[in-house]
Ligand binder design. Sequence first.
Ligand code: ATP
Ligand code: MG
Length: 186
Amino acid sequence: MVYFCKQKAGGIDVRLFVAVDLSGEVKAALEDIQGQLKGSGVHGRYTARENLHITLAFIGEYGDAQAVLDALEGVRFEPFGLGLDGMGSFGGLWWAGIRAGGGLKGLAAQVRRQLAMANIPFDRKKFSPHITLIRDPDKQVIPQVKIPDVKMTVEGFSLMLSERGKRGMIYTELGTVSAGKEEETI
Ligand code: ATP
Ligand code: MG
């Protein structure tokens, strides 16, 4: 585990989630899709490039980020590939789908198992991998878009702090766990 922001790791409740960050190429592809939606006249709250991610587990308000970091350190996984796969929606939230074989599901399951073992609360809804592209679109139906054929290798995941900024959410990485390593040294 590499700690990025130790001073935020203890004390008062903070909003936390565990996520896979995306490569520059995948983020560029997602921005391309957002551009196509904008080109089709869809207005709404588009996810900013730096906020594009895949949530593995949503913890919510919790006071001991250090305990979460410690629990996540127990996750062991090998790098795996992922790509993009169409679009879908949960009500007023449109997302890009993900093609990832079993690697992503396995990682989410392991993250959740470690959290559960450490008695850290998290949303236990079934994992449904997606990348949120826009919230509250002003159209009902997702227009046809061309999904760029991009791939990336997932080499790590992070504990994220979520704060409400003046211009939307600000996510900060508190620590990251890398694939295929016994111990991480700084
Ligand atoms: P806002 O809630 O203001 O629209 P947001 O959803 O980007 O902003 P958070 O609510 O802090 O910010 O969520 C962080 C991440 O966790 C997002 O990917 C979000 O979809 C996911 N998430 C939030 N709540 C839940 C939940 N109850 N179950 C599963 N995932 C969640
Ligand atoms: Mg939310």
